[in-house]
Design a protein around this ligand. Sequence first.
Ligand SMILES: Nc1nc2c(ncn2[C@@H]2O[C@H](COP(=O)(O)OP(=O)(O)O)[C@@H](O)[C@H]2O)c(=O)[nH]1
Ligand SMILES: [Mg+2]
Length: 218
Amino acid sequence: MEDDKHNRGTVTEKGLVLGEPGDESTHSIYRLVLVGVGGVGKSCITIQYISHKFIKEYDPTLEDSYRKQITFEDEECILDIFDTAGQEDFSAVRDQYMRTGAGFLIVYAVTLRSSFEEVANFRDQILRAKDSDDIPIVIVGNKIDMGSERKVSTEEGQDLANKLGCKFIESSAKMNINVAECFTTLVANIKAFRNKYNNAPPSNILTRPPKRKHCTLY
Ligand SMILES: Nc1nc2c(ncn2[C@@H]2O[C@H](COP(=O)(O)OP(=O)(O)O)[C@@H](O)[C@H]2O)c(=O)[nH]1
Ligand SMILES: [Mg+2]
């Protein structure tokens, strides 16, 4: 069946096809991207999840990708996680991840109201990059350990997530609260999304049929 063959593998940006019959890897790959205002804890969340450490000072300009293998709902998954930084400057790698990311964590700090106010803008940016209005996104309110300095309530976070049609989690990278849940919630969201679209590859580039060019000759 043509569709079945097409949908069995996941073509990565490097041209690697995972999960094709005969391929050594039967792992599903999930390309996840963290976005959000600088200083909200994207790198700390990523490093806490990957290395189980809280890094107090992490280079705010460092933008990098990480891989982690997990078993989720009896499925072996490879998470390819991209931690963005420095939204102002153009980065070819970031641009590529934005376009090919299967799911996104939009992170704000519950202690920084302006970072919460940017959440909807980041969502718009993602939808534009993906050229779609249905993308798995989890909104993450980080730094809940700083209780006395909280500026955004849980209800406000949840209301915004409801309004934008996203999942919502509050976390602390410092205390390792809900860090793994951010990623597993996003993976669950992507799995549901892939099922909904009949396991089609996540990238719009791969799912959209080529545009037909109409040409009339007289
Ligand atoms: N108290 C607290 N501080 C955090 C937490 N996450 C990050 N930070 C601090 O916030 C600052 C910025 O974190 P970083 O991960 O570099 O932010 P990024 O720019 O979004 O990658 C650093 O000083 C971290 O130590 C958290 O959950 N709780
Ligand atoms: Mg960072």
